[in-house]
Design a protein. Structure first.
Length: 82
């Protein structure tokens, strides 16, 4: 075998191994998120209690963060930039 063929074979083996590992990790994380955030009922899937709490607290955090940003922006009008 030539040197380029050997290097190509090594790269192909490494890429296929990394792809397989990434696919396994991705499917595992997908199943983990589904198990944590969704519950299965007769009518289908719905957000779990934990998922609802995460969404509520994320919304509160976003509202407070945006309010602080707007307040700081409005109070800084007319003043020098630091």
């Amino acid at each position: 075998m030539e040197g380029t063929a050997i290097v190509s074979s090594i790269i192909e083996i490494l890429v296929s191994g990394i792809t397989g590992i990434a696919t396994g990790i991705g499917s595992g994380l997908t199943e983990l998120v589904k198990a944590i955030f969704f519950t299965t009922t007769e009518s289908g899937s719905e957000l779990s209690t934990f998922g609802i709490m995460i969404v509520v607290f994320a919304g509160i955090s976003l509202a407070i963060g945006l309010s602080r940003w707007v307040l700081q922006f409005l109070t800084s009008l007319g003043s020098r930039n630091r």
